[in-house]
Design a protein around this ligand. Structure first.
Ligand code: SF4
Length: 260
């Protein structure tokens, strides 16, 4: 049976417009969005995430302050081409050169390292992982899986989930999505959820809202039902469609007649 995976990004796309979800995730259109999309704005976040995945998973934090020159001078030159290799970037469309972006990433690393060391986000006897991927059979009968990639998971006297962000443009529902996945796997909710902002080098926790959490769970179940019924109506709106990365392949007439 074909597996259908519900990730945060697919769920968020479905909320924006079910037809977009259908186009991108369910129909075989022979259109590789990632391949054509300009990933300029994802570079810094992906590079920093990769660096700090290794900081935790390879226990580079044991180097303490010596970790900083290792990350900036040894690891970054290796990680940079590794990450960019999978990206399409139209450099001529942006006001920063690759070299400038590289230097920007290099400047963030010492600040984020000091933050992680200073925030006591090291639990040598506990679990600390970066980039934890989970896939969970959610509705096995219909081959539906819930999938999530948790950027940082710390498990010691308390369980902390943090999402790494290169900008402050965030949606707290993403944290509730990971909390749901964590609860389904472990039978309990994390104690704290929040963000690590790479640009300002700060950790910011959000206040858990049971109302928002329950609403998100309800919506995920609605998506499961929509997948089951193959019910993905287009919800065109002028602003939404103009910003939609799938507009070039959206065959719905509503696109041309969209009204705000
Ligand atoms: S262009 Fe508009 S109607 Fe088409 S998938 Fe995108 S948001 Fe939906």
């Amino acid at each position: 049976m074909k597996k259908t995976k519900i990730s945060w990004s697919s769920f968020d796309l479905w909320r924006l417009c079910p037809h977009a979800y259908d186009l991108f995730y369910l129909e075989e259109k022979g259109f590789d969005l990632d391949e054509k999309q300009d990933r300029f704005f994802a570079i810094i976040g992906s590079v920093i995430q990769e660096i700090f995945s290794r900081f935790y998973n390879d226990q580079l934090w044991r180097l303490k302050k010596e970790a900083i020159p290792y990350l900036t001078d040894t690891l970054l030159p290796k990680v940079w081409p590794f990450v960019l290799d999978g990206f399409t970037v139209n450099w001529e469309n942006h006001d920063k050169s690759e070299k400038e972006l590289y230097e920007e990433a290099k400047g963030m690393i010492p600040k984020v390292t000091k933050l992680l060391l200073g925030e006591k986000l090291l639990f040598p006897n506990g679990l600390q992982r970066a980039e934890v991927k989970h896939m969970l059979p959610f509705n096995e009968e219909n081959g539906i899986y819930l999938m999530g990639k948790v950027d940082f998971l710390f498990k010691d006297s308390e369980v902390i989930i943090l999402d790494g962000k290169a900008t402050h443009n965030v949606k707290d529902d993403q944290l509730y999505f990971y909390s749901y996945l964590y609860e389904l796997i472990n039978g309990e909710l994390p104690d704290k959820i929040g963000y690590i902002y790479y640009d300002t080098a700060e950790v910011s926790y959000i206040k858990f809202s049971a109302r928002k959490y329950n609403r998100l769970k309800k919506e995920i179940n609605e998506l499961v039902q929509a997948i089951d019924k193959k019910d993905f109506p287009a919800k065109p709106e002028l602003n939404k469609c103009e910003a939609c990365t799938l507009k070039s392949i959206c065959s719905k007439k509503e696109l041309n007649n969209a009204t705000a």
